[in-house]
Design a protein around this ligand. Sequence first.
Ligand code: NAD
Length: 407
Amino acid sequence: MKVSVVKETAPGERRVALVPEAAAKLRSAGLEVLVQSGAGDGAWHTDDSYAEAGATVVSRADALAADVVLMVGKPDTAAVSVLRPGQVVIGLLAPLTDPDLTAALAAAGVTAVSMDMIPRTLPRAQPMDALSSQANIAGYKAALLGATQFGRFFPLLITAAGTARPAKVLVLGTGVAGLQAIGTARRLGALVSAYDVRPETRTEAESVGATFIELTSVGPASGEGGYARALTEDERTAQQEELAGHIARHDVVITTAQVPGRRPPLLVTEDALKSMTPGSVVVDMGASILGGNVAGSVPGETVLTENGVAIVGASGLPSSMAAAASAMYARNISSLLLYLISDGALALNREDELQSGVIITSGGAIVHPALTDAASKPQPAPADQPSDQPPDQPDEGATRAVPGSSR
Ligand code: NAD
């Protein structure tokens, strides 16, 4: 069976789905591994290093013709147009936010396997959990960006030239990325506080060295499957106002809050930014074209407010550490691929909980329950829509289900 790796085409994407070590592992499992020439360049893996690992370096057309095509992100339109029925495509396909791609893959007759739909709490799925591996990298890098943008020290420094007090860092959202950001900022010597709308994250945040902040104006907002639910408009306003007081007392704020299938909730408002001291830094890991956790953040750019606060629009962080991110992703995707294979051939079985969690299209149809349920449900009336966004914005995820909610 031929398994291929294609070069990523998304702008700025440097990661590659398999590193040579993972290619060798798949070879030793009896698979023929094809690698598009140049696929590993962004992560510093040459064509020669793949060839030494037993892979065959091929053209993009040949890579796209393999039985199983591995990628980090999504196939572009040109790639989808050459896929044939029965081929398997595995990547972070984002079906909750890109239903058009899911529909196109179904129409192409492709079996699409989405790494971001892995039921993360299944113990056997943990080596395949690419959302966690990439979030870990993003959280680490977000803390480093905060430290390098900040014009003072993170640690307490006592020198002959004077004493520098430790920076006060606030991490908003303590999922996988937030916990890594806390740990990294702590290791750099900062005093770290943290907040999440799911109170059960308190123990984890404290265990990596943060002081957990509780808000009195917003109750717990744990949703399905271990994720947060979207807040109501009243809760959102109360949260923003109470958080503003805490934000004003910190030098560096790192935001990582997400609600699956929706635009990120706004946590740091313009008023909160105005209350910060000049020279403060806000790193918005949720920055996206749909908006982020921070008012005025621009993905990929650092914006300076009138009162001298730097807002770092920290998008694409895993790609900025392409070597580490690719190594981890390669382990995730090869674990999943080997799970889907028996005796050198694909053994797809949607009765299996893990497989039914990740297979989104098959036999010309969309088959994932979270996607078919969402499509069959009527759109909620505007007044019923959870309002974590302004009314003039489409609610991206109003009818979408939560990944892994079947777990
Ligand atoms: P995520 O990226 O979806 O969200 C990041 C954090 O933002 C979450 O902690 C969420 O509660 C928080 N958040 C959302 N809205 C907020 C708001 N308005 N204000 C403040 N915080 C807000 O989360 P994730 O890192 O993907 O983790 C999601 C869940 O999956 C967690 O419960 C995590 O423990 C769980 N998980 C479990 C496993 C496992 O069991 N092996 C592996 C990975 C993750």
